[in-house]
Design a protein around this ligand. Structure first.
Ligand SMILES: [Cu+2]
Length: 120
């Protein structure tokens, strides 16, 4: 019977998917956002969620300086909403990488970038 379970097609529908963010993808901001807000299509559990913020030019994980403050937290009033505060950012392009645990036990990653144009 174990083989039957393995034969069930993997459904991408079971994965938590980001549906909205602040800043939005490719945003061009005059100032540093105080925090990053991500919304997903399903409820998130505590403890398996991460958001990383770094200069987009830092391609490999080894190069990256994580510019967030503290760890990503789920909004207790809206458990589809994941939040992290960020440090003041000099002008430049920044990448947000996130990872949340879906109900099927798979880790669902995602990434987008935004720009900070002005000085703070
Ligand atoms: Cu899955």
């Amino acid at each position: 019977m174990a083989g039957m379970i393995l034969a069930v097609p993997h459904s991408a529908f079971a994965h938590a998917r980001m549906v909205r963010s602040t800043p939005v993808k490719n945003a061009r901001l005059s100032q540093t956002p105080k925090r990053i807000d991500l919304w997903f299509n399903e409820l998130l559990d505590d403890g398996f969620n991460s958001i990383e913020v770094f200069a987009a030019a830092e391609v490999t994980a080894k190069q990256r300086t994580d510019l967030k403050q503290g760890s990503a937290t789920v909004d207790p009033k809206d458990r589809t909403h994941l939040i992290v505060d960020v440090q003041p950012l000099p002008p430049g392009e920044y990448a947000v990488e996130f990872r949340v645990l879906s109900r099927d036990g798979h880790s669902a990653p995602g990434r987008f970038t935004f720009h900070v144009l002005g000085s703070n």
